[in-house]
Design a protein around this ligand. Structure first.
Ligand SMILES: Cc1ncc(COP(=O)(O)O)c(C=O)c1O
Length: 349
């Protein structure tokens, strides 16, 4: 079986977990700050605030921006429900934008149409590792929150994604670019915002009383994150190598289109490999994957018209097209490549 995603952990993570476990500093400890500093330096933002997940990172950030009932936050149709929930927790209304014709990032043209006086932020995920149209988004003059849950290491105009927006958020869930098992982070250049985020993420040890959260990352998770972070460069290299291999094979097939393409301006983190299949070849392709025990992933989490129709105002033509004919093909470090060989042989017959 080739699962759709799989974390790559070895003994180094285990040894670090044991070290922190034995130190007793399992919840609070030096690894948290060390992890935050490393990620902030790598991405190119001044301040980092770690959290328990990507979802809590978004909620904490929106809350700190004073986003509340009556406000609107724009997000694309392609993200997981966690992002939408984070907006809902604040009482604000998520407003869903369509995605681009050939990738899963927010359509700037569509976003422009749905901006109102109540729009307080746009959440722009770099979906499947491909950078969004950041320059165009910034021109909209609404605070941009870069969602880098799938894209740490991706580059836009030779700069790391996550370094452009008002703030950026990250997820280190088990299946992300690297993992702290569960975890998240917010990066910003705004010192005041960073202080506020740090204050609000945990209720303990304070001298005043106000509403706060328990959203902090645990030290034992930060320890795993630190070890995994050191592997990011090799993870990125391996993902790129695999993506190039897949590209050579898949782009030789007439009834299949490789989406999420990179160019000089946009370098992907290759989080996922996205393909679009002609309608009449769908069954053949799905059956072939089944035969070779390859788990395909959905590109869009759910049919949004079923589960979040209250949050879009107009139809989402690109989303509706891509939802039906696109697949995420497994791509991650240490994938069982020999298991893929037979599949590719038969695909190319
Ligand atoms: C683009 C994107 N944003 C946010 C999240 C939420 O992150 P988490 O699962 O850590 O809460 C995810 C998780 O799947 C994601 O893919």
């Amino acid at each position: 079986m080739i699962p759709h995603s799989k974390p790559f952990l070895d003994n180094i993570e285990l040894e670090k977990i044991i070290e922190v476990y034995k130190s007793g500093n399992i919840a609070v400890g030096k690894e948290i700050e060390e992890f935050e500093k490393k990620v902030a330096n790598y991405v190119g933002k001044k301040y980092a605030v770690s959290t328990s997940s990507g979802t809590t990172a978004i909620h904490l950030l929106l809350y700190s921006m004073d986003i509340k009932k009556g406000d609107e936050v724009i997000l694309p149709a392609s993200v997981c429900p966690g992002v939408m929930h984070a907006i809902e927790y604040t009482g604000a209304t998520p407003v869903i934008a369509d995605i681009n014709e050939n990738n899963f990032n927010i359509s700037v043209e569509y976003a422009k149409k749905i901006i109102t006086d109540n729009t307080k932020a746009i959440i722009a995920p770099h979906m499947f590792g491909l950078p969004s149209d950041i320059d165009e988004l910034i021109k909209l003059n609404i605070p941009i929150i870069e969602d880098c849950a799938q894209s740490i290491g991706a580059m836009y105009n030779s700069k790391k994604v996550g370094s452009f927006g008002y703030a950026s958020i990250f997820s280190f869930y088990a299946t992300k670019m690297f993992t702290s098992i569960d975890g998240g982070m917010i990066l910003t250049d705004d010192e005041k915002l960073a202080k506020l985020l740090k204050d609000l993420r945990y209720y303990g040890g304070k001298r005043d009383y106000k509403l706060r959260f328990n959203y902090k990352l645990q030290n034992i998770n930060a320890a795993v994150g630190l070890v995994q972070f050191e592997k990011l460069k090799s993870f990125l290299d391996e993902r790129k190598m695999l993506a190039n291999k897949y590209f050579d094979i898949f782009s030789s097939i007439k009834w299949l289109e490789v989406l999420n393409q990179v160019n000089e301006k946009k370098i992907s983190s290759n989080y996922r490999f996205i393909i679009k299949i002609d309608r009449e070849k769908k069954d053949f392709f799905e059956n072939l994957c089944r035969k070779h025990k390859i788990a395909l992933g959905d590109t869009i989490f759910e049919d949004l018209s079923l589960f979040a129709s209250q949050y879009f105002k107009e139809s989402l033509p690109n989303t509706q097209t891509l939802i039906n004919y696109t697949y995420s093909f497994p791509l991650y470090p240490n994938i069982n490549e020999s298991g893929l060989k037979e599949f590719f042989k038969e695909l190319l017959l």
